[in-house]
Design a protein around this ligand. Structure first.
Ligand code: NIG
Ligand code: FE
Length: 406
């Protein structure tokens, strides 16, 4: 039996028990224990309690971790990342800083398509190394569960290589086969003919979900419906990139198809907010991406107040959000989206886990769940959001073991 006791913690903070996803006022329900411990046994949480109630019954095989001056929160869950890419977009970043727009660069064959060229050039082994590296960055920021999309291969071999690389690195793979139209195809319909016939069958054997970029200049509503319906029929959960620049029908389509989430929402108006609030589709907001591109922030406060289920994620990718830090995203949630630290915590733990279909295993600190913990170098758990640069990670415990001491 392997036992790890994290003791003398200033605080243990976790979203309260109850059905997931948390909505409305329940989103801010955080249980906080002061002067507390977490006991992990064989990779799972066995007990969470106050130090004064700790009874170890004379066991001498317990490894101890000193939690003095630290707070424990659940290991973070990043439910939207694009880690399978080669190269970088630092040149494009400089051009944007001088005034070029993201959509203009995309239309001129830069943007996503420049990363497609760099990703294809890596080959499968090189891509695997990059995804492992990106996964190590996530862990350093306290992320213990993550989703990773393909979408920079856009041919059979590199899309499948992307999904395998995410799986091998410990992530949940999402097939973003409909991210952009690669240059070999005359139009989006011809490209979809190819991917649905040639890539979907093997991709469905590896991936957990499918995703589409529904936007002007990418895929329209009819094309997104065709792609997602075929993916659903192949057994994949559905996600959408929607309402990033324009409202192009993503929310009604997500609801119609029973998608797990619709992500971005920077352009969502009142009708979209009301529709999402009346549905089971989670609105995943990506404030680091809005900030990085200088776009309006999504209507997070209105969504929560209307009763929508929301989550937050990094959108880590080379073009629109070059960060793996969910603590930074929590900070932006409070300073830019009008959310409280407690709401941000639930949005990067239990609700993000719900998007990935794993809220029965991760996302809270409670007996029986995975022993995935983020220890904050702080006397109050709200430093998770209070620290503007997200520089709060003291240690990460995954599966009951210390994963990244600083
Ligand atoms: O979620 N918007 C589409 N896809 C990514 C960005 C991809 C890129 O710029 O390379 C996103 O922001
Ligand atoms: Fe994205």
């Amino acid at each position: 039996m392997s036992r790890l006791l994290v003791r003398d913690l200033a605080q243990v903070a976790t979203p309260a028990p109850g059905p997931a996803p948390l909505r409305g006022r329940a989103l801010a329900d955080v249980d906080v224990l002061e002067d507390a411990y977490v006991l992990c046994v064989d990779g799972a949480i066995a007990e969470v309690g106050r130090m004064r109630d700790l009874r170890l019954g004379g066991a001498d095989d317990v490894e101890e971790f000193d939690g003095r001056g630290r707070c424990a929160v659940p290991g973070l869950v990043d439910c939207h990342t694009h880690p399978a890419f080669g190269g970088d977009r630092v040149e494009e970043f400089s051009l944007r800083a001088a005034g070029a727009s993201y959509e203009e660069l995309h239309a001129a064959g830069g943007g996503i398509l420049s990363t497609v060229r760099a990703t294809r050039a890596l080959g499968e082994d090189g891509l695997r190394e990059r995804v492992e590296l990106h996964a190590s960055w996530m862990l350093r920021h306290g992320t213990t569960t993550w989703e990773g999309k393909s979408g920079y291969g856009l041919d059979r071999d590199m899309e499948l290589a992307s999904l395998r690389a995410v799986r091998v690195a410990g992530g949940s793979p999402t097939w973003l086969g409909a991210h952009a139209v690669p240059p070999e195809y005359p139009d989006a319909d011809a490209y979809l003919d190819f991917v649905l016939a040639e890539v979907l069958p093997p991709a469905a054997q590896i991936a957990d979900a499918a995703d589409v970029f529904l936007e002007r200049g990418a895929f329209d509503e009819g094309q997104a419906r065709r792609y997602l319906a075929a993916c659903r029929d192949a057994g994949l959960a559905l996600r959408l990139h929607g309402d990033q620049f324009t409202e192009s029908g993503a929310i009604p389509l997500a609801i119609e198809l029973g998608a797990a989430s619709v992500d971005h929402l920077e352009a969502t108006g009142d009708a979209g907010v009301a529709a999402l609030a009346g549905s089971d589709v989670v609105g995943v907001m990506l404030p680091a991406s809005a900030l990085f591109l200088g776009r309006p922030m999504p209507p997070a406060r209105a969504l929560v107040d209307a009763g929508a289920a929301i989550a937050l994620a990094t959108d880590f990718n080379p073009g629109s959000s070059f960060t793996t830090s969910l603590p930074l995203v929590c900070s932006l949630a409070c300073t830019q989206l009008g959310l409280a630290p407690a709401e941000a915590l639930a949005a990067v733990t239990v609700n993000a886990a719900h998007v990935l279909g794993v809220d029965d295993r991760v996302g809270r600190l409670a007996p029986g769940l995975a022993a995935d913990l983020l220890l904050l170098d702080a006397p109050d758990w709200r430093y998770l959001a209070y620290s503007l640069a997200g520089d709060v990670v003291a240690a990460v415990i995954r599966g009951g073991r210390l994963a990244s001491p600083r």
